[in-house]
Ligand binder design. Sequence first.
Ligand code: PMP
Length: 360
Amino acid sequence: MSRIYNFSAGPAMLPEEVLQQAREEMLDWQGSGMSVMEMSHRGKEFLSIAAQAEADLRELLAVPANYKVMFLQGGASSQFAMVPLNLLRGKSGADYINTGMWSKKAIAEGKRYCNVNVAASSEDSKFTTIPAQAQWQLKADAAYVHYTPNETIGGVEFHWVPDTGEVPLVADMSSTLFSRPVDVTKFGVIYAGAQKNIGPAGLTVVIVREDLMGESQSGTPTMFDYKTQADAESMYNTPPTYAWYLAGLVFQWLKRKGGLQAMAEINKRKADKLYATIDGSGYYRNPVDKDCRSWMNVPFTLADANLDKTFLAEAAEVGLKTLSGHRSVGGMRASIYNAMPEAGVDTLVDFMQDFARRNG
Ligand code: PMP
């Protein structure tokens, strides 16, 4: 068996230990005689798996008791609709911060349900920066403020949490949740598609402050109502059981690794190494302002774009795969989530330095 270093933005690498454990438990989960995939979601075996995953998630993120944690389907993209459907609560508008392609998708969907006020945008700078909060034009009567703490495509990350006072803060943390500690008390809603730092695709983690539930807009599909899902403990219908189980294994792996503070230190070190290589090369370039560069997604371009294909082919030969940039921006992108070993980043750095020497 040979495993590659997979720099995909998602679905992304999973920790090898987790995959090994899943393999060992595949045919017979803990003496039950069944695979987790074959279990009733209402049976005691799966209920214990689900409860353990939630308990571990709550411990890792220090989720306070007045927040519900849900394991849903539909991806982060469904949350673009669920947020306005549930959080408007009689108000007509919401504030959105536009820092990249994923913000724009959330804004476009939000516009189908309410008056969207784009309170700040970095589109003029081609999404290479984050507007300081002092420049935001927030509305006092906004139902919520939505932002994207990490833009997976542009590689732009907030290293601070906005202060929105009494107005609930909503965060699409798809590509940053579990990469570092986060103060959940500052948020009304946090959501994330699982396929980056959590587990396989098909699962969406949603954390909602309890008092924000129960006033969904009329006409909201039952499945899209946070209260329905919370009251049913994410089992209003059949949940994505296997993805939930694997997420649970990832949470246990995170705990064994020392939790999110330990992950933050490793993630910062990995990102620093890669940015230092880019900045010090005179050959590679990352356009993002230094104080808002992502720890998770590192886009970069080569001095000569004609060599992109050669770069990708030679990288693949040494086991470094899925490095091409998003189709909308081109160039390269290295996604270095929790499960990317530091040795993977070291191998990439060595390869990049060698490639620049040979072609610069
Ligand atoms: N938001 C962000 C920040 C993302 O990176 C992605 C997926 N790449 C999405 C939303 C969409 O997630 P999903 O495919 O789970 O709907």
